[in-house]
Design a protein around this ligand. Sequence first.
Ligand code: NAD
Length: 493
Amino acid sequence: MGAAKNHIGGEWVEGARNVPDLNPSNTNDVVGEFPQADAAQVEQAIAAARDAFPAWSRSSIQDRHDILKRIGDEIIARKDELGRLLSREEGKTLPEGIGETVRAGQIFQFFAGECLRLAGEKLASTRPGVEVEVTREPLGVIGLITPWNFPIAIPAWKIAPALAYGNCIVFKPAELVPATAHALSEIIVRAGLPPGVFNLVMGRGSVVGETMTRHPGITAISFTGSVPTGRRVAAACVEADPMKKVQLEMGGKNPLVVLDDADMKTAVECAVNGAFFSTGQRCTASSRLIVTAGIHDRFLEALTERTKALVVDDALKPGTQIGPVVDENQLEQDLRYVQIGKDEGARLVTGGERLNRETPGFYMAPAILADADNRMRIAREEIFGPVATVIRATDYDEALDIANDTPFGLSAGICTTSLKYASHFRRNSEAGMVMVNLPTAGVDYHVPFGGRKGSSYGPREQGRYAAEFYTTVKTAYTFDMNGPYVPRTRSSE
Ligand code: NAD
């Protein structure tokens, strides 16, 4: 692949400079060279989006539907090629990369339908002769800032609703995954959008992201990423003049509770999938396994055996179950947390070390840290790697308390065959998403996604709930000066 370009005002343009994009499974493999936008280019993108907004916001819903449908259809038709690029760039396994790509296509197809379904309300007024109408309108120019761990699905679940509801976009993908963002943008641009409706500006958070959050031309920011960056983004949006609407999806420290009556096979599969698939680099990863006393030792033994058998290798190799960590910094962070856990008194049961494979990459053996206490840093801070912390609980009540005792609240799971505990957990978990006998990660695209407490801020993403963020509500009152029409009656003729 040659040097890629940013997309501003309907043109593909060079960046201020280019940087290489490396394959984490093989750092000798350069995926491509990608431009870094400077602040001036971000300002041009914002200006182009503002110019395009009046016409796009009034465009026909049939046109918008057709464009989004074309985007979704092309993504799905090219799932193998795009999924391979994603896995090569980010390091999740090829089946995971293809699966994520299909998901992105489905999201565009779903929002194609939503273009036709945006509804308002008509109500009676408390005042005679007055009618009240509540409608939803587009916001304006929306800045989309995304993380590296879902390089196509997260951009899709922000771009699709933003366009569906008539907004213009400035899209800033994460620095580590420009190739997937570029490939997605080519598809979006080709689908028939007027120039300026969709703009791609790749580059650093401190330059591109900061300019977007501070610029008065952007009406709203949808951000997914870490808590510290999210706080900065929110603060900048509030300090900006005018203030911006902001939506933040951030980290997690998601509990998976395993009760004495759990089906062992289900519990082990949920734990392995939730903790280690996608190399543990999911905001919904099960990083705390809270296990009641009666099953604890048997579960830990079965989990350890299953974890040791996981194949860690090149993301593109057939048979690989766990790909590499995304980069050297993240790998160092993961290894550092394993050491922190040991220093805090947790017991490293398996994994936790760097692995060498045929090609130079960021491979790590999935780690299980047992005998942990929920007050330890490994139980409180997001690690974002293949590291599972196992915490023993005496019974369900204590397990629920531990599950909720966290600054985060994205996803929570329970493995049990008891309807009584499953129902109680669904109602009393302090997370935005609750899973029963399912991994904490892995969600549908037509229902809301998001968390509580430190994990999320602002309205939910995905499904029809996305309209809460991507539209603004207008309440219109109409008084008919002539009063209600009174039909003539036969007697008055
Ligand atoms: P990050 O916070 O480092 O970066 C996210 C994005 O913000 C990137 O595009 C980055 O360039 C940009 N950015 C950095 N500094 C900025 C600034 N000052 N102003 C504006 N933008 C700036 O996160 P990451 O390492 O890319 O992703 C991992 C994190 O994302 C984890 O914490 C994970 O839990 C979270 N995540 C959350 C969800 C969710 O939906 N809750 C989903 C996926 C990932």
